[in-house]
Design a protein around this ligand. Structure first.
Ligand SMILES: NC(=O)c1ccc[n+]([C@@H]2O[C@H](COP(=O)([O-])OP(=O)(O)OC[C@H]3O[C@@H](n4cnc5c(N)ncnc54)[C@H](OP(=O)(O)O)[C@@H]3O)[C@@H](O)[C@H]2O)c1
Length: 211
């Protein structure tokens, strides 16, 4: 699969690392040219020469900027994202990380979906996995669960395949409006890092009964 990651910060690094482990082709883009060049060189992947061309030739586009950045990306790239699988990973935190800035009854993912062409297939994923744990691919020897929400089953299946290839466990949680719970879950996870002093090193895991 051809994966385009827009945003080459902590999560860009983490998701790119898992994509490389899954033998996918990775292209990076960032508004910070120096940062993206350095990360691409370190990971041995390419940098998008032209972002619109890179979107056109990608199977999956991952929005890996802060929420406001993902809104800006949606605004700038909107028309070219038609028909594409777009993964939105943000947690719309306030400045003190004490709450979400989105209104009750909606989510960052739904807000961004509303900005895209109707044919874009928006999938929420990776918002509950901390960046460092994605680089490591595990916590305490256990694979990470990646919760996936979206309204297009085929798009979710493609994202699940991408997630599984990188050694992670995909869990389809249902329609895109489930992003409301995933974003709240991530806020709780962030809150716990400070309460438990776990340094953003934990992971959410669904423990299932044995068959
Ligand atoms: N860090 C985590 O553990 C974690 C876990 C789950 C979800 N998330 C979510 O993942 C997203 C990224 O987090 P992060 O920790 O990777 O942030 P980060 O390290 O700050 O990286 C974000 C990158 O996106 C770039 N960017 C901002 N606006 C952009 C735009 N319009 N176009 C292209 N690039 C843009 C930033 O460039 P500049 O530096 O120039 O602004 C920066 O390089 C956030 O939405 C966050 O809520 C993070």
């Amino acid at each position: 699969m051809k994966i385009l990651i827009v945003g080459s910060g902590n999560m860009g690094r983490g998701i790119a690392t898992r994509a490389i482990a899954g033998k996918h082709s990775v292209t990076l883009h960032d508004e910070d040219g120096g940062k993206v060049q350095a990360l691409a060189k370190e990971l041995g992947v390419s940098v998008a020469a032209d972002i619109r061309d890179a979107v056109s030739s990608s199977d999956v586009v991952i929005m890996a900027a802060p929420y406001e950045g993902n809104v800006a990306i949606a605004r700038a790239l909107g028309p070219v994202l038609g028909g594409k699988i777009v993964v939105e990973i943000s947690n719309p935190l306030n400045d003190t990380y004490s709450d979400l800035v989105t209104a009750p009854g909606t989510s960052a993912a739904e807000t961004i979906q509303a900005m895209l062409p109707k044919s874009a297939k928006l999938v929420k994923a990776f918002n509950t996995t901390f960046a460092g744990t994605l680089v490591a691919g595990q916590v305490a020897g256990q694979a990470l669960d990646v919760f996936i929400a979206g309204d297009d089953d085929a798009a979710k299946a493609t994202v699940a395949e991408f997630v599984a290839a990188g050694g992670l466990t995909p869990i389809d949680v249902g329609a895109l409006h489930r992003a409301r719970q995933l974003e709240a879950m991530a806020l709780l996870g962030i809150t716990l890092q400070f309460r438990l002093n776990t340094g953003f090193g934990t992971a959410w895991r669904l423990v299932k009964p044995t068959a």
